[in-house]
Design a protein around this ligand. Structure first.
Ligand code: KG4
Ligand code: ZN
Length: 349
């Protein structure tokens, strides 16, 4: 029997069960993460963040990220197994993020997961990072089932999704240019805050008020898409023009003004999506989902619209491997085929 035939047989035997163990890997950007999960339960989740390494460059340097993933992945795996109190022999399935993300960074997780799957003769499940973010909601709300509306806001993506089933999602709105997290990071740099800018703006905005008037893209249009490049440019111009006039920008007020606008449009479009579909459950996913203004605003607006708003804890919004383990579990239930050993990373997935 070939490796793939054996994997198929093993995966088919697991599809209706929820008591088997998944060892999951995530290395798409600057976090090396490994987790052990069972059903929708997380037995361990270990994250080695490279934020301090990339900070001095003002953003993630792909080559340095890959190298540090390679350095960390083995010890992080051992730690995740230890914390879950299991050994590699106990693991039933290996899961890994194969896209979207940085090519070299993804390849570290994919190669490591493939070699483990091959030597241990365990089925390999290839996971989409974005679907992983959505799956994080199942950890904090284990009884959650589709349909629901998911606002996915990360450093690379901005979507409003109608989730009919885990293998059936419709895009109701998406960004036409920058992702919202990217806008947070770029605006933070203009204000002089370190990388990653999202949490820094979140902190600084608490000391300010939304006094600066900033534009909203697609005002009055009926679609639910986003555009963040105009908002970002407006902030850059405001800072440059004020300086040219010899004036002074209040950084806390600017952070608050930007954050209010950047999150306001996400909230408005998400509520509109619930009205258009009649779906009254809202989920949040992705790193920007850790933002205080977004969490508070979405909760208030959702309640006002008669919706149930589910917010995963902040630690599950940013990149982690627990969400990849849960994603694999949901994919297995939906009938996903095991990945073959020639699985490649797909940065643009
Ligand atoms: O989901 P994520 O960890 O990685 C991607 O898949 O992109 O998201 C990272 C993004 C970064 O742009 C970061 O600045 C942003 O999420 N972020 C935040 C906050 N925490 C992280 N943005 C706003 N407020 C936060 N508290
Ligand atoms: Zn992510």
């Amino acid at each position: 029997m070939t490796y793939l035939e054996l994997s198929k047989e093993k995966l088919d035997a697991l599809r209706t069960r929820n008591d088997y163990l998944i060892l999951a890997f995530e290395s798409s950007c600057d976090e090396t993460a490994v987790a052990v999960t069972r059903g929708r339960e997380v037995l361990s989740s270990v994250i080695s963040s490279q934020i301090e390494i990339h900070k001095r460059f003002g953003g993630v340097v792909p080559e340095i990220a890959s190298r540090n993933h390679a350095l960390a992945i083995d010890s992080i795996t051992k730690e995740a197994l230890q914390k879950a109190n299991v050994t590699l022999d106990d693991i039933d399935v290996i899961a890994v993020t194969y896209g979207a993300g940085l090519l070299g960074a993804l390849l570290v997780g994919v190669s490591y997961a493939k070699s483990l799957a091959y030597t241990l003769k365990k089925p390999l499940v290839a996971c989409n990072h974005i679907k992983g973010h959505i799956a994080a909601n199942y950890i904090s709300a284990p009884t959650l089932e589709p349909p629901f509306i998911c606002l996915l806001a990360s450093g690379g993506h901005t979507y409003i999704l109608k989730v009919n089933a885990f293998d059936d999602m419709e895009i109701m709105g998406e960004t036409q240019d920058d992702a919202v997290g990217e806008a947070f990071d770029k605006v933070a740099r203009v204000i002089g805050l370190p990388y990653p800018g999202g949490p820094e703006i979140d902190r600084l905005a608490r000391e300010g008020s939304p006094v600066y008037k900033l534009p909203r893209a697609f005002k009055g249009e009926s679609h639910l898409n986003f555009s963040y490049s105009g908002l970002k440019t407006a902030v850059i111009n405001l800072v440059a023009n004020t300086k040219a006039r010899g004036g002074r920008i209040n950084p806390a007020d600017l952070a608050c003004s930007f954050q209010t606008e950047a999150t306001g449009v996400l909230i408005d479009h998400t509520i509109e999506a619930t009205k258009r579909t009649g779906i009254k459950t809202i989920c949040l996913a992705g790193g920007v989902g850790a933002n205080s203004a977004l969490r508070d605003g979405l909760t208030k607006a959702g309640q006002k619209a008669g919706c149930k708003v589910l917010l995963p804890p902040r630690s599950l919004c940013t990149d982690n491997a627990a969400m990849i383990g849960i994603c694999a579990y949901e994919e297995i239930k939906c009938g996903i085929a095991p990945a073959s050993l020639d699985l490649d990373a797909n940065p643009a997935l």
